[in-house]
Design a protein around this ligand. Sequence first.
Ligand code: ARG
Length: 574
Amino acid sequence: MSFIRETEEYLIKLLSSLGYELDNVVLESSSRRDLGEFQINVAMNLAKKYGKNPREIAQNIVDNLDDRFESVNIAGPGFINVSINKEKLLDKMNKSIDNFDELIDKQEKKTIIIDYGGANAAKALHVGHMRSANIGESLKRLAKVLGNNVIGDVHIGDLGRQSGMVISEIKRRKPELCFFDPNYKGKYPKLDITPEELSVYYPTASKDAKENPDRMEEVRQITAWVDEGREPYFSMWKDIVEVSGNDIKHVYNYLNCNFELWEGELSSLKYIEPTLKVLDPYMYESEGAKVIDVKKDDDKIEVPPLIVIKNDGASIYATRDLATIYNRVKTYNPDEIWYVVDSRQSLYFEQVFRASYKSGLVKKECALNHYGFGTMNGKDGKPFKTRDGGVLELNSLLTLVKEELTKRMNKYDNEEEKNDILDKLTVATVKYADLSPTRTTDYIFDIEKFCSFEGKTGPYILYTMVRINSILNKSNLNDIEIKQIYSDTEKDIYIKLLELSRVLNKSYSEKTLSYICEFLFDICSLFNKFYGETNIINESDIDKKNTYLSMLKLVYNTCEQLLDILAIKIPNKM
Ligand code: ARG
């Protein structure tokens, strides 16, 4: 448990023993470090509550504080300034070197399903999918670190117009295939198709269908056949989804995104029937479609009815989300389901959630939450586009970043090693940039800035880590103990580490990784300051040198855990 939480629990007990009852006491970080590292600001509230003089209450508290604090003083109307006792601080830091849990607070264990990733089969991943993957993966890791049981589901978009597009393109290019022969009587073979073919089929068909209504009609027809499971289209599509899925997995792997479940719209089809049974009493017919009313009296914006079944009887995106919920509840009985999906889908999720609660598909004890995110923009402030104005594919973005980083890299004899370092740097660059802004804000992707080895960037953090690691590797540290505090900077590092629990709790409650990114930058900056002030390797005092190296280990191990939450891997050298 963290020092802060432990102390806050202690303070509640202490106050109660002095006759003051409070549900919650905050050990605040102080901006007046000269007066103390922390503040306890309860005296003013208690004074109001108990009709007493705040300074008297503060004095009473101070007189009874245990030895975890030193240089305790009272300022102004009753602010209590405290510093953590040095022995206690060193003890906490030493315990934390190999045990991250000493710095953080676990939570009451919950089962959480996180729906993130959401790539669409047979279409290239674009930069918008990257945000979902990065934020979702890191929120998942954070929730796990804090003690929850978390299941990530990629929820692949493997049904929809793209099926009709791709199959109609195959028909154009390979009309001789047996799938398109109405007189074919044999068993259909597996469809032979490559990721390279897929990458051109969808865009070609989509462009043609936009210009040509007959082509669009054909696409619609095939899509409907796939949706209703008609052969050979349904099996063809499943083969396409498989090939495309392998390709998508490759990209997610590169980004260190690992999904516990590889489900999607297609796999939800088998739950549609039981789902519709649950929804049936709440659905009514409107213009041939089946819908559920989901508006509420106090809505500030219009929330239209949710269409569950289209007028042609087919299922849609929403039907599959509802069926997926049905299965998730039945199979995992989760306490919470999170959707890490673009903010532009927020009204849609509101409709789906309301329909789920209204129909009893989900009990009210299970929280359904949409955690949307802003868009990644180009320098012009508009959604990131390619030079010719198209949507930027994720792979192209990764290539651009890798090229930019290559320019800044040292010479390496070993090409393989260089490439591995570059890949790790690329991932760190895009992740750190993507996770640093508050989740809901749009941000500008500035390649030069994000690839820089200075400032709030992935390369800066990794560079610092590699620096620490190389010092540790050069020196043999056998007596791991922080024995003393020799400088203000060291103390600043330790106090910063004590604040980590708060950073993680805040990140978790607001579902944003920005605080963790900020913390990493702060701690790396403090370390680099220390590095500039201290000659670690040549220190002749053995105790001093061991202390320095132990501190380095503490910083490295802690940052390694935090980088792991961000799904960023550290290279051995750079
Ligand atoms: N495939 C969707 C898209 O690209 C995202 C899926 C989000 N998850 C969900 N359960 N609807 O927009």
